[in-house]
Design a protein around this ligand. Structure first.
Ligand SMILES: Nc1nc2c(ncn2[C@@H]2O[C@H](COP(=O)(O)OP(=O)(O)O)[C@@H](O)[C@H]2O)c(=O)[nH]1
Ligand SMILES: [Mg+2]
Length: 163
């Protein structure tokens, strides 16, 4: 089976660890979760071409070369860039952070995720979708679109198993 390293990045408190936990364990806790930055945890997703293993790495801190050491960026297949849909400062950093990620990983799959969508009205969701480049609105709390997100990482590209 092919394993693809997926990095979860974004500002503090946006819900990276919660999304990680929701996807791996299918659970949610209101507490700030311990950020498991040291190792990757594998989970397989079912696609029409068979099972593909994702190797997820949760990170702490900001999307910045100094704060996120270069070893994290090594051999990354996909990046899930998470913002908090209820915090404008995190939404406003999408463009520059994605540009930075793209400069470090020109060939990686990048998904921009606005998390905590359970706290949004349908109207404000639509407004945000028109103002920002967002691939998925997720909720780690309810599980909304979390599986779809991780599945999309391997479905959008045939570039699996890169070294
Ligand atoms: N309402 C809501 N709260 C969330 C969601 N995801 C995370 N949180 C809360 O946001 C806080 C920060 O989450 P955490 O995963 O630790 O953020 P991280 O610093 O990005 O890893 C915690 O109190 C979580 O319970 C969500 O989808 N909905
Ligand atoms: Mg965390």
């Amino acid at each position: 089976m092919v394993t693809n390293k997926v990095l979860l990045v974004g500002n503090l408190g946006v819900g990276k660890s919660a999304l990680f936990h929701r996807f791996i364990e299918n659970e949610f806790s209101e507490q700030y979760l311990t950020t498991m930055t040291k190792h990757c945890v594998t989970k397989s997703v079912n696609t029409n071409t068979g099972n593909i293993e994702l190797c997820l790495v949760d990170t702490a801190g900001e999307v910045d070369a100094k704060k996120l050491p270069i070893r994290y960026w090594s051999k990354v297949y996909a990046v899930v860039y998470v913002v908090d849909a209820t915090r404008r400062t995190t939404l406003d950093s999408i463009a520059s952070d994605v540009e930075f990620i793209r400069s470090v990983l020109p060939n990686a799959v990048i998904k921009v995720v606005a998390n905590k969508s359970d706290l949004l009205s349908p109207k404000s969701k639509a407004q945000l979708a028109s103002c920002y480049t967002i691939d998925f609105f997720t909720s780690a709390k309810t599980g909304e679109r979390v599986k779809d997100l991780f599945k999309s990482l391997v479905e959008v590209s045939s570039k699996v198993g890169q070294e």
